[in-house]
Design a protein around this ligand. Structure first.
Ligand SMILES: C[S@@+](CC[C@H](N)C(=O)[O-])C[C@H]1O[C@@H](n2cnc3c(N)ncnc32)[C@H](O)[C@@H]1O
Length: 270
């Protein structure tokens, strides 16, 4: 049987969490913004008793909004997956839709597909037309790829995205051993019809450092500068992944957008 923490330990935990929550609210309130720099966020995340507290608080303040996409079929896909904890919810798809329309990338590479694939495909088809795929999405689950294909079909966007199944296997990235998608240069050259200028990292699933290798695998296959987004950016694992990315000379971390599960925005610059 696990021992109950002592009273001083419980008071300490409570105090840290209260102070952490207050500072989180203050940082957002003072900046009058819904984003923080990665360094601010990492510093604040150290205050509560658990590194994951920020992620939980963010989930608690996530707003349920109406999907803003013009196409009804796309809005329906977002709404149908609203309760799925793996999907992006409603706030983040709206945010990504807006940001992609500002950035106007020529193509998008996505790690971990689903509702996001449909939202991105609709956006890209609006910007560039639907003659060729502009969203290239990699997933480790055959079953989930099938589901993504169905959602694309339902929204009339089957021709706007190309999907690939890749297993996850142990590899070394920047000196760290961790699982990630089994993608080599030859595969990516054949898979990508054009050069992506935007990356969405929402997979693989599994926790730990599994998302670390995504940027390493994409380096050399993207147009520069290439904006990237990392979902679940307030979770302990993703904070650790992003902290390692911060040390990579080709990577710049910019902002953590406090929408949905938290989206880190950065750029690959070299
Ligand atoms: C965070 S999810 C990706 C979500 C995706 N970007 C979206 O917007 O729907 C990461 C991975 O978990 C798997 N996955 C997604 N939904 C799932 C579900 N409902 N149950 C089990 N696995 C799921 C898929 O393999 C997916 O690539």
């Amino acid at each position: 049987m696990s021992k109950r923490p002592t009273l001083p330990a419980r008071v300490n935990t409570r105090l840290r969490n209260e102070i952490g929550r207050l500072l989180f609210a203050l940082a957002i309130g003072l900046a009058k913004t819904s984003s923080l720099s990665f360094s601010q966020m990492r510093l604040l995340a150290r205050i509560p008793s658990s590194y994951d507290a920020f992620s939980r608080w963010q989930l608690g303040r996530t707003k349920r909004v109406e999907p803003a996409m013009a196409v009804e079929g796309v809005r329906n896909v977002v709404l149908q997956a609203e309760a799925d904890r793996f999907a992006l919810g409603t706030e983040a798809p709206n945010f990504l839709d807006g940001r992609v329309r500002q950035l106007r990338p020529s193509a998008i590479l996505e790690f971990g597909g689903g509702v996001s694939t449909v939202v991105l495909a609709a956006c890209m088809s609006d910007i560039h037309g639907s003659d060729s795929p502009r969203v290239f999405s990699v997933d480790e689950s055959e079953g989930y790829l099938h589901e993504t294909r169905r959602m694309l079909d339902d929204a009339g966007l089957a021709g706007c995205a190309r999907l690939a199944h890749r297993e996850v296997r142990e590899q070394t990235f920047w000196g760290r051993r961790t699982p990630c998608y089994d993608l080599d240069d030859a595969f990516l050259r054949a898979f990508l019809e054009t050069v992506p200028e935007l990356l969405l990292v929402d997979g693989p699933s599994g926790g730990g450092m599994v998302r670390l290798g995504t940027l390493a695998l994409a380096l050399g296959h993207v147009g520069l500068p290439c904006t990237f987004f990392l979902d679940d950016a307030l979770r302990e694992d993703e904070i650790n992944v992003a902290s390692l990315w911060q040390e990579v000379p080709e990577v710049e971390l910019r902002t953590v957008h406090l929408v949905g599960h938290g989206l880190l925005e950065g750029r690959i610059v070299g």
